[in-house]
Every structure is written in C-alpha cells, then in structure tokens.
Write a protein that binds this ligand. Structure first.
Ligand code: ADP
Ligand code: ASP
Ligand code: MG
Length: 416
C-alpha cells in the first residue's frame, strides 16, 4: 500500500491511512506501507536548497529533500500503534533500498526483501519511507519527484506481493487529468504500455519509472482513492474486484478504445537553430554537447532548406533546462556554426495515447483538424506506434485538451 502526499497531508488524514492499513491487516494480509512526505513538504525543502545556493551539491540536496518522508513514516507508525496495529517505521537505507548514485534522479537497483519479511514474521506492518534509497557510496539518494510510486512498486516486486495499491487523491486513472477536465472518465483497466506513455507524457498520477518497473516485474498495480471510507467493505479484498484502476497486461483488457487517454505537459521550451551547415555529423555536434551537459532533449525536427547547403533544426527541452541548453549551444565548438539561435519558452506538449492507433488510420489527422478548428497552431509534431504529440503555446493547453477529449468520444456524458 502506498500513500501520497495529500493522503498524509495532516494528522487526521494520517489516522485515516492507518484505518485503511488496519482493514487489510484484519483481512489477514501481510502489509508493507510506503509513504510520501506530507503534501507541500518536499516543495518546501526543495525551496530551501535553492535559497541557500542555486547551484548546490546534489548529494546534499538529497539529504535535505528526503527528510519529509522521515516525518510521515514515524507519524504513520505511531497512528497504527495507536489503533492496536503492530508497526515499525523504516528509512530507505534501513531496508537496503540500493540505488545508483545519480543524486536527485537515482534508480533503484536492488532491494533485499529479508528485512521486510522479518517484520511480517513478527506480525508487524513495515512502514517504509518512499522516494529515498542509499548509493554504493553509502550516501542518501532520492528517486526524482513523485518517486515514492517507484519505491512502492520496487518493494512490491522484491516481496513478490499479490498487488501494489497506490492510494492517492483521485479514485483512479482517468482519460485525462480530472482536475482539468471535469468530464474525464475513470478507467477500470489500462494497459502497462498505455500507462507508461501517459505517465511519461505528463500524467503525474504515477511516476513513469514505477510503471516501467511494474511492467518489467509483472506487478499488478492498482490506483485508488485514500479518501474512500476505510472501513467500507472492500471489494478488492475478495479476489479480483477492482475499486480503482488496474494497470495490467493488454490482453486482460476486453474492449480497447482507439484513443484511450490524453496527457499534457506544461513548462516545455522550443529551441531553433537557423541555417546550420547540412552535412553528416551535424546532429551529433548539436545533441552531443547537450547530452554531456545532462540536458534532456525531447522532440526533434530537422528541415530541408532551399539552397540544400544549410538546414534548420528545432527541438524541445523542459523550461527549467532552457538556459543551460542555450549556454551549451552558444559555447559549442567551432564545428557547429549557425546563423541564429531562437528560443521560445511557455510551450506545452499535448499527447493522445492509445494502443488502438496501431490498427487505425486517420487518428492523427483528427487531432490536427480539431486543433485547427480551435485556431491552435502546432509548432512540432512527434509520433510513435501508440501516441501522437504536438507542441503548442501553453496558453491553449486547457482548450486543446478539452476539445480533443470530446472529439475522441472520451467525455463522460453523466459528468458535469
Ligand atoms: P500523490 O501525492 O498521491 O502521489 P499526485 O499529485 O502525484 O498524488 O498524483 C495525483 C494527481 O495526478 C491527481 O490529483 C490528478 O490531478 C493528477 N492526474 C494527472 N493526470 C491524471 C489522470 N490521467 N488520471 C488521474 N489523475 C491524473
Ligand atoms: N515527496 C516526494 C515528492 O514530492 C516523493 C513523492 O511524493 O512521491 O516528489
Ligand atoms: Mg505522486
């Protein structure tokens, strides 16, 4: 069971979480619980690190921002004990959550289940801090924002758990962010592959890496609400009835839509290099230095030019990395010459996702048509087998998502 920030946002909510855990313990399950920091806490800690030094040591960043989870595990263990459930709290390193040493974005490499299983055999619930681990250099690491989803799935995989339930502030995965589109529909089931695309294209309900891990280790993953009454008869306790959304293999899903969901990501920026010499090796001389500077490049387009000697190259990065990307390109070697370097912040990426796209034509065309009818200009397009993404001005995000949601028949007729 994993509980996110809002679900442990104050003392009453922590008691409510304890009641959810008690229900599962009373039903005879052995339970490992992963918790996030109380809502707002990680943001506060990140803010402190920026205030002290804009360019700080990532190892010390991790020491600071991992601290929020230490408080919530302790409080939850107390709340459990208070209602008569034997429980003990554990930090990542104490449960040997071994990670890479990429501070701020570490990957879990291994978790030994022994210490957790020892807790179970003594009849105790293990309450484990999400988001954190320990590197081979014995330093505290964190897994990137939203990382406690990944902690939970990795622990479920290590324990070979029957299921990993992600409790959050919505009651499942929706066709798009229900906070933006009230007509969004809850999905009963969604395939790993679609969920992976949705998450990586901006749906923050699950961290991308958590879906990757669930898919690789066949962890049955359920997203459900922590605000449901904890003592309500729990359908999911008896076998396979699902109360939230189950993320599972494609072949477990009977009916698939052509487009099953719409994701968006704000804070994108577009960079264009004008009149770059058109010769072999040019892409490498642009994207090599960016990769070395750890700038994450997303969409890329290269155009033909009229004279055949030069070309224009456009790509996107996250807005936070724009400054760094421009500095890298301006300082790049003499190999890379261009007439002009243009940057456009305040862009957003809108994506339609669905495994049904594999076997249907005209899906992208409909997207372009809908956006055209709304007068929304498309700057960059990229596609894969099961998604189409477009880059548009950030001002039009809501309009675009709502229009596409309706156009692909995803609106819930009953919602309001
Ligand atoms: P937690 O703190 O529990 O990890 P998050 O804020 O990280 O919760 O994720 C839950 C949020 O994800 C929801 O409040 C919702 O606004 C957002 N969200 C974005 N896309 C979707 C989607 N397709 N389905 C459900 N929630 C979504
Ligand atoms: N507390 C961490 C964050 O805010 C991890 C998480 O919530 O999943 O990113
Ligand atoms: Mg989250």
């Amino acid at each position: 069971m994993k509980f996110g920030g809002t679900s442990v946002g104050d003392v009453d909510r922590i008691r409510n979480v304890a009641a959810h855990v008690k229900r599962e313990v009373d039903a005879g399950h052995q339970v490992a619980v992963v918790v996030s920091a109380m809502s707002g806490e990680t943001n506060r800690l990140v803010g402190l690190t920026r205030d002290v030094a804009r360019l700080h040591d990532a190892r010390e960043y991790d020491v600071v921002v991992s601290a929020g989870e230490q408080i919530s595990v302790g409080l939850l263990a107390m709340a459990l004990q208070d209602i008569g459930v034997a429980a003990r709290s554990w930090l990542g390193w104490q449960m040997s959550v071994k990670t890479s040493d990429v501070h701020g974005a570490a990957r879990i490499e291994m978790i030994e289940p022994d210490a957790m299983e020892a807790q179970f055999s003594e009849g105790r619930v293990a309450v484990i801090a999400g988001f954190q681990g320990v590197s081979s250099a014995n330093r505290i690491t964190t897994l990137g924002r939203g990382g406690s989803d990944t902690s939970a799935v990795a622990i479920a995989a290590a324990l070979k758990a029957d299921r990993c339930d992600i409790y959050t502030d919505v009651d499942g995965v929706y066709t798009t962010d229900p906070r933006m589109v009230p007509a969004a529909k809850k999905m009963d089931r969604v395939s790993y592959e679609e969920m992976l695309e949705m998450a990586s294209l901006g749906a923050k309900v699950l961290q991308t890496r958590s879906v990757e891990l669930a898919m690789a280790h066949n962890v049955r993953l359920q997203v459900r609400s922590s605000f449901d009454a904890p003592d309500a008869p729990d359908a999911s306790a008896n076998g396979e009835a699902i109360v939230g959304t189950l993320i599972c293999d494609e072949d477990e899903i009977m009916e698939t839509e052509i487009v099953s969901g719409i994701a968006y990501a704000r804070n994108e920026a577009k960079v264009t290099l004008r009149e770059v010499a058109d010769r072999p090796g040019i892409a490498a001389s642009i994207f090599g230095p960016l990769a070395e500077a750890a700038v994450n490049v997303d969409m890329i387009v290269q155009n033909m030019s009229a004279d055949g000697k030069t070309t224009d190259v456009t790509f996107t990065v996250s807005q936070d990395e724009l400054e760094r990307a421009l500095a890298v390109l301006k300082g790049a070697t003499a190999d890379l010459t261009f007439a002009d370097l243009q940057a456009a912040p305040d862009m957003a990426k809108i994506s339609i996702v669905g495994v049904g796209m594999r076997s249907h034509a005209g899906v992208a065309q409909k997207m372009f048509q809908v956006l055209a009818e709304k007068g929304i200009n498309i700057h960059v397009i990229s596609t894969s087998e099961i998604k189409v993404s477009v880059l548009i001005d950030a001002d039009y995000v809501e309009l675009a998502v709502r229009a596409l949601h309706a156009a692909y028949g995803l609106d819930d007729e009953l919602a309001g």
